[in-house]
Design a protein around this ligand. Structure first.
Ligand SMILES: [Fe+2]
Ligand SMILES: [Fe+2]
Length: 294
């Protein structure tokens, strides 16, 4: 899918150039995982070539968030125990944690807040997709995790006075209109371009690019619609809601996935704990490696 006419006129590189590339080994592994017959031991060999990154993957795999049945001390064992879809999830989490954990001042988010929201959206996307479409399931976590990455790029590109203007406008007219007035492009379009530069799969690129207008995502509308709903779940629970109600999902953009009561109950029960353990996941990502891990 292509960005809209208005967005195409804005030079996105002034935003995306502030975001570092994805680790080469992850780009390679994501290609390998397109083959469902690929052995995870082969994937581990590629990850292990980058020792620093492999250590981060291992620490994150061992955190409560991914819930391995026992503590593991080498990457091969960790990836095999995680299984196919979680391998992709842990690798994308390890690649994006530095970027998503920054303070995002233009949007009023202190350090760590966007990370919590992103992990909450990732988990909710995965839960919803389990019911909505198993085809999307393996990518759903990544789509949710990265959906607002464009906000970080925009924040990094704005001068302090523009960040203040943006935040004031967001508080009066909302995120999308404020972005339109101040920079002429949305965080979704910027995020889409970042995912494209990272060589991520088309499903992720479109789900990120269209999470505020799912119907425009063409063949990936359902993925974008799931992220739109998961985004709302994560935001409501982070704002202190204890239970999610159907009426809170009525104003979502067209094409958003409409959850039923049972699903909302499950999300209300499980999501807060996952958002809490996202902090531990971030700590694991940031730890220094004291000794070789294998
Ligand atoms: Fe968003
Ligand atoms: Fe969001």
């Amino acid at each position: 899918m292509k960005p809209s006419e208005d967005e195409r006129q804005v030079d996105l590189t002034k935003f995306t150039s502030n975001i570092p590339p994805f680790p080469k080994c992850v780009q390679k592994v994501l290609m390998m995982l397109r083959d469902p017959r690929i052995q995870l031991t082969k994937v581990a060999e590629v990850v292990s070539l980058d020792q620093g990154f492999a250590g981060k993957v291992l620490r994150m795999a061992n955190s409560a968030y991914f819930g391995l049945p026992r503590r593991v001390y080498n990457v091969t064992e960790a990836l095999v125990l995680l299984g196919y879809s979680n391998v992709r999830n842990v690798l994308i989490s390890a690649s994006a944690s530095n970027i998503l954990s920054k303070a995002v001042e233009a949007y009023g988010l202190d350090a760590g807040r966007l990370w919590e929201h992103s992990v909450g959206t990732a988990y909710a996307s995965q839960m919803i997709s389990r019911k909505a479409s198993m085809q999307i399931y393996s990518m759903a976590f990544s789509c949710g995790l990265l959906h607002d990455v464009g906000k970080v790029a925009i924040d990094l590109a704005l001068r302090d006075e523009d960040k203040e203007r943006m935040l004031a406008l967001i508080r009066s007219v909302g995120v999308m209109r404020a972005e339109g007035e101040i920079i002429g492009v949305t965080h979704a379009a910027v995020g889409m371009e970042i995912c494209r530069r990272w060589n991520l799969p088309e499903e992720i690129i479109d789900a990120v690019g269209y999470h505020h207008k799912p119907l425009e995502a063409g063949t990936n509308s359902l993925a974008a619609g799931i992220v739109s709903t998961a985004d709302r779940c994560s935001r409501l629970l982070l704002e202190g809601a204890t239970t999610l109600h159907i009426h809170e999902f009525q104003g979502l953009p067209e094409g958003s996935y409409i959850p039923d009561v049972k699903m909302l109950r499950q999300l209300s029960d499980e999501l807060p704990a996952m958002i809490t353990s996202s902090k531990e996941l971030l700590q694991a990502a940031a730890e220094e490696v004291a000794k070789p891990l294998e």
